[in-house]
Write a protein that binds this ligand. Structure first.
Ligand code: SAH
Length: 395
């Protein structure tokens, strides 16, 4: 035991979640801090009785005051440990059968690197450092990523709001190589360009890969409506799968411009309809016009960024699902998603069931949907599960 390590001592009773290996230590659980740790420093976390619980990364600005690196007192937190975790995360992505150049290589807590996200687009890596602990080890992590993947180009797209919550300065830019032009990838036979510098998140919704493939599988002969289409992910998958026509809606002109480019790159005989609009208004207008579709995708942004927003978000989810169900022809399919971590899957299912009831239609659920296999969740950190969806068939 190294007595010089700084320590957090928890309030009585607050050791329970750590004993179950949940990796977060909330500020409200901490009774005392000793040894003057700096942000990102490794601290020993001790129970009120002084017993060792974990080594964790200290984050004095955050409500999540520390994130556990290890529950094993014998395991040091050093460059070798961090680099080995990066290499192991990358190795675990082999053999997942992703059939894509876009893959999540590191997913935070699930890969024992809390706050670190890494996506690979062909030979371009995009990283996010979203907590003080991984920020401290950023050079080690980048070096280990380059060694494990052979990629020479690494770009940082750390989410500004998440870094702010951690008291970290906003950071974006090339860490290795230069700022990339849009990167060309192929996913399940569909070509996309990914705007790593200006796009959402790390540039692309890698997490929806399996669900795009499922849409492609059901698309043949169907008239498709893709709401919140971003750069055209589900639309192009549907066209690849043989959709007879497609209409896609997004409020972002930039996203739609890239979507139309992506469509051209794939060489479909005819262009589809790209509509810049608010989905809520567009669905209403389409209902008024008596339009119908055979396959609808609803993949909205996170309506509930936190627990306080759940009620309002639930109303928004219900509204778009209700309208989409009414726009579906009998036998039509609805792929409906929520990426709000604050809305668990059973609540989402209840919201959609309410929409089915209020729309006065009958529907059956074919399957629950989730993120791909490269987005694992630690069984001791259920907060890591955020993307959920349902596949419904209107009767
Ligand atoms: N389905 C996409 C990802 C969707 S991200 C994919 O697989 O790639 C959410 C998208 O919704 C963003 O592109 C954003 O511009 C758009 N958006 C957010 N609010 C909107 C609204 N009210 N109406 C239309 N588009 C909206």
């Amino acid at each position: 035991m190294t007595r010089s390590e700084p320590a957090l001592v928890l309030r009585p009773g607050k050791e329970k979640s750590l004993l179950r290996r949940h990796p977060w230590i909330y500020a409200t659980a901490v009774a005392q801090v000793s040894g003057r740790p700096e942000p990102g420093d490794t601290v020993r976390v001790l129970g009120a009785d002084g017993r060792f619980l974990a080594r964790a990364a200290y984050s004095p600005a955050s409500a999540i005051r520390a994130r556990a690196w290890t529950f094993d007192e014998a395991e040091p937190v050093d460059a070798a440990t961090i680099a080995a975790r990066v290499a192991a995360a990358v190795a675990r992505r082999e053999g997942l059968g992703a059939e894509s150049d876009a893959l999540r290589l590191v997913f935070g807590e699930a890969d024992a690197l809390p706050g670190c996200v890494v996506d690979r687009y062909a030979d371009q890596l995009v990283v996010q450092f979203l907590a003080a602990g991984v920020e401290r080890w950023r050079d080690t992590i980048v070096e280990a990523l380059v060694a494990a993947t052979g990629c020479a180009s690494v770009y940082e797209r750390s989410d500004a709001a998440a870094r702010e919550r951690e008291g970290l300065p906003v950071r974006e830019g090339a860490l290795r190589g230069t700022a990339p032009a849009p990167v060309a990838i192929v996913e399940h036979g569909v070509r996309y360009r990914v705007d790593v510098v200006g796009g959402h998140k790390t540039g692309f919704y890698v997490d929806q890969r399996d669900n795009r493939a499922l849409v492609a599988r059901f698309a043949a002969g169907r008239r498709v409506l893709n709401c919140f289409c971003y750069t055209g992910g589900f639309t192009l998958a549907a066209r690849h799968g043989g959709a007879t026509e497609a209409t896609s809606i997004d409020s972002s002109a930039d996203a739609l411009a890239l979507a139309a480019d992506n469509e051209r790159d794939n060489g479909f005989a005819t262009p589809s309809t790209w509509l810049q609009a608010n989905v809520f208004d567009a669905l209403k207008a389409m209902l008024a016009e008596g339009r119908t579709f055979d396959l609808i995708v609803l993949d909205p942004p996170k309506f509930a960024p936190s627990a306080q927003h759940v009620e309002r978000a639930a109303r928004a989810y219900k509204e778009i699902n209700l309208k989409a169900l009414r726009l579906l022809a009998p036998g039509g399919l609805l792929f409906t998603f929520s990426c709000s971590g604050a809305i668990p899957v059973d609540l989402f299912q209840k919201i959609v069931a309410g929409a089915v009831f209020d729309a006065r239609v009958d529907a059956q659920m074919l399957r629950r949907l989730a993120a791909g296999l490269d987005h694992p969740m630690s069984m001791t950190h259920p907060e890591g599960e955020y993307l959920k969806g349902l596949l419904l068939r209107r009767m």
